[in-house]
Design a protein around this ligand. Sequence first.
Ligand code: GLV
Length: 318
Amino acid sequence: MARVLVTRRLPDGGLEPLERAGHELVARADDRPFTHDELVAAAPDVDAIVCLLTDRIDRDVLSAGAGAGRLRVVANVAVGYDNIDVAAATELGIAVCNTPGVLDETTADLAFLLILAASRLAHDAEADLRAGRWSGWGIMQYLGRDVHAATLGLVGYGRIGKAVARRAAGFGMSVLHHTRHDTGMAGWAGDLDRMLAEADIVSMHVPLTDATRHLIGARELGLMRSTAVLVNTARGPVVDEEALAIALEDDTIFAAGLDVFEREPEVHPRLLAAPRAVVLPHIGSATTATRTRMAVVAGEAVRAVLAGETPANRVTPA
Ligand code: GLV
């Protein structure tokens, strides 16, 4: 029987694979987040950690676990794992797992929600209505941009990007996708600058890495159409938040829809005050069914590693 630290409360049933295998789950009754120091202190006493993207699992945490000769696996209940030092884990022989494949459709739904809401100025219109500022139907009010038949530029074309492309087909959109390597698929745009200049809507679907940090900054926003909409459901730091706020203030682009931010839970005050921005608190995968599946996938990965198996969702080399 192994000891598994579960850093936060998970959806009901999420930890079943670990419970069935008879492992001991260590969790806080009050769901208080572990501070970084508390994670470092807890790591030596467990064989595995099930964590969230809000937990920073850096070299200190991993070394504390490896130093005690106990920690074997860290499973992030998320598809993105930029909160974990994967290089350090690899070096220390600790497996890192994520939850790919189970949240694509739910996250793509949310990306489309932001595409629609930002393009049609839904947030500004609703805010006016709720605040009693709506004086009745007006032919010149809340003039947005059409989503149907628009050109959608996807930055990144993994599972979530492809799920967004499938939805776009139903809206009669032309879909381009930018990846560094030729996908060989219709719509591949090798030149990001060119795609940014052509797209009516740009949607981000890349993981956060050194190569994608601030992939969209002032220069890239300047290449986009003044009628364009930028959507980010990937990771906040792939877009320079201050540059985006300025681009909205200056009408460099038309609107933005964001589910992720550079320093969550903080949002750049200038972005919060910027016009035509729809902002959501990182809810891309937030449905009961999907969040439960994510927890099960993470739990199952931990069970597998502890049983000496190599799960397909292991991101460190076997
Ligand atoms: C959510 O942002 C995830 O990476 O799963």
